[in-house]
Design a protein around this ligand. Structure first.
Ligand code: NI
Length: 432
């Protein structure tokens, strides 16, 4: 399929942060084949979309999350992380069935697509169902089976991970890729991480892990091993592999130097960190060191939505407030974090910018809105003012998935019904 997007403003989010006006973008198959000045075309297109008064932006890349946790949205709020996990989330998750994960993921994908996210990262279980949902909907996904080394599922998790990677890596014309997902240093002791590393040597996929999310975690790891969580992962050898570390809220200068030295990517989750009272990650210091920082929502049970526009705004605002410095994390840096840098963080080299040869994952925003007039600075508009309701079209891998507010590939009514029924059933005890 070939599509001409004609006469748009384009936020390329390339290295020079070029903003084009009156530009054409051509999509051939899965890829962008032209970005540049509008011109007379002497070739056929399957479809031509008039983009006057519209802005084309790379689709958001959600670098950290647990999609099916949409079923637990607003089920446990305003409590600390360990209480939240141990008393509320884990008991309900223990009752989850594969169909629940499928419909919870469908709900997440529906919400993400409609709010301009074209790639999501997941760490959960029943991952075949997550991958099936992603395959059916057309969204791009980087998926890992969550691994916990301290319970009866430790061995089975590794077996399922191997099977999952072998089944799904590169499926759907490359739209689905996989990672290994050891949950965190406090649930995966070094001996277990060594087994994850052995598996990684066989499968050659990257690793994602939660890291230094709360002060409690840092204290726990220090009292048990005498070092910080990043030092522990370095000493274990995990950082010799390609690693994405989610959260990284509580880091010393030495910890940050370790992340830089080993080229560890960070997924910043400001909404979840604020809501769980975990703290504020030292993002300006990470960026100053040249560390790759992507942006994620985390699960909907700790956010409580999967709207990356909200996340990008938080990322641009909270560091200014906490540092009392309006120059830190500019709109451009926040936007890059949500697109290009997120893609880099989850090891997708051809996603996250509007440029020739990149995957055609893009979003069209209608600029003809009261809160988007006048148009002095489009990156600032997107970060500080835009709303999901401004989105007129979402494309993934060259395929239109949302148009005029409607998800083309999804049965919205059915998803909402299934998710609601299943969520109620789960929290009522999950009995048949
Ligand atoms: Ni998480």
């Amino acid at each position: 399929m070939s599509i001409l997007l004609r006469g748009a403003a384009v936020l390329t989010v390339n290295g020079d942060f070029e903003v084009l006006t009156g530009a054409d973008v051509v999509v051939d198959g899965q890829n962008i084949s032209y970005v540049g000045p509008g011109k007379e075309w002497h070739r056929e297109f399957d479809r031509i979309i008039d983009c006057s008064n519209k802005m084309i932006v790379p689709g958001f890349v959600n670098a950290h999350g647990h999609a099916a946790m949409t079923l637990l949205r607003s089920y446990a709020d305003d409590v600390p992380l360990m209480f939240w996990l141990e008393k509320r989330i884990w008991p309900v998750e223990a009752r989850l069935k594969r169909e629940d994960v499928y419909w919870g993921t469908m709900l997440a994908i529906l919400e993400m697509l409609k709010s301009g996210t074209t790639t999501f990262t997941d760490m959960y279980f029943f991952m075949d169902q997550v991958a099936e949902a992603a395959e059916e909907c057309g969204i791009r996904a980087v998926l890992s089976r969550g691994l916990v080394g301290v319970d009866h599922m430790a061995d089975r998790g590794l077996e399922e991970s191997e099977q999952f990677v072998r089944n799904w890596q590169g499926r759907s014309q490359g739209r689905i890729t996989t990672m290994l997902g050891p949950h965190a240093p406090y649930t995966c002791p070094p001996a277990y991480l060594k087994r994850v590393m052995e598996l990684q040597a066989k499968l050659s996929v990257p690793v994602q892990i939660h890291l230094s999310e709360t002060l409690d975690e840092v204290h726990h790891i220090k009292s048990e091993y005498g070092v910080s969580p990043p030092e522990l992962l370095k000493d274990t050898g995990l950082f010799a592999l390609p690693v994405l570390a989610a959260h990284c809220v509580h880091l010393s200068d030495d910890d940050m130097d370790i992340l830089r030295e080993y080229n560890v990517r960070v997924a910043h989750n400001p909404g979840s960190n604020l809501k769980l009272g975990s703290g504020i990650a030292p993002v300006p210091d990470l960026l100053a060191r040249g560390i790759t920082v992507g942006l994620g929502t985390d699960g909907a049970a700790s956010n409580n939505n999967l709207d990356m526009l909200e996340e990008v705004r938080l990322a641009a605002l909270i560091h200014k407030g906490s540092r009392m410095d309006p120059t830190v994390v500019t709109a451009g840096q926040a936007l890059a974090m949500a697109t290009r840098e997120s893609a880099k963080a989850i090891f997708l080299p051809d996603v996250g910018t509007i440029a020739e040869g990149m995957k055609a994952d893009l979003v069209l925003y209608d600029l003809n809105r009261p809160h988007l007039v006048p148009q002095h600075d489009l990156a600032a508009h997107l970060v500080y003012a835009a709303q999901p309701g401004d989105i007129s079209l979402v494309m993934v891998d060259g395929r239109v998935l949302v148009e005029n507010g409607q998800a083309v590939t999804l049965d919205e009514e059915k998803i909402l019904f299934q998710a609601q029924q299943r969520a109620l059933h789960l929290v009522s005890g999950g009995k048949e």
